[in-house]
Design a protein. Structure first.
Length: 159
């Protein structure tokens, strides 16, 4: 058992660390919650891209896309000057393994939202030289719209 005074000091440190972590999370949330309005009815929020891990050249991006219009919209790809190539991927559980596979398209029915998030849909960025604090990514729809969205860099593990 730790003496009581020592315990108090430890818990004060823990509280300070938690407060700092919450402040950081809130800052990221505020920075990424400004919506991108494109083609009037498509709204992208929570756009974030994972920082490169040491020695890696590929990374992932996540976002929430909301279709406020009545008609279905289909995402067919993405592009960025920061990556040689990008693909839409989905992580699927296969027995007790998780595997990623490429998705040719993702439909967003009218009046619904689709979440690209860890363990599910994501954008893969291939051959990235560096992930800046903000990365511009275009989301491409089947009817030829290009939604330019600013993705905020997040640390690996903070997805
Ligand atoms: Cu992937």
């Amino acid at each position: 058992m730790l003496p009581e005074r020592r315990l108090k000091r430890v818990s004060a440190k823990l509280a300070a660390a938690l407060a700092a972590a919450l402040a950081a999370a809130l800052a990221v949330f505020l920075a990424t919650s400004a919506p991108t309005l494109a083609g009037s009815e498509l709204v992208v929020t929570e756009a974030r891209v994972r920082a490169l891990l040491p020695g890696q050249r590929n990374t992932v991006a996540y976002f929430l896309i909301e279709n406020r219009g009545p008609a279905s919209v289909t995402l067919v790809g993405a592009a960025s000057a920061a990556a040689r190539a990008m693909e839409i991927h989905e992580t699927r559980r296969d027995g007790d393994m998780y595997r990623m596979r490429r998705r040719a398209e993702v439909e967003i029915p009218g009046q619904t939202a689709v979440r690209f998030e860890p363990g599910g849909l994501h954008l893969m960025l291939f051959d990235v030289q560096a992930v800046g604090e903000h990365v511009e990514i275009e989301l491409v729809t089947r009817d030829g719209r290009r939604l330019t969205t600013i993705f905020q860099r997040i640390a690996a593990g903070a997805e």
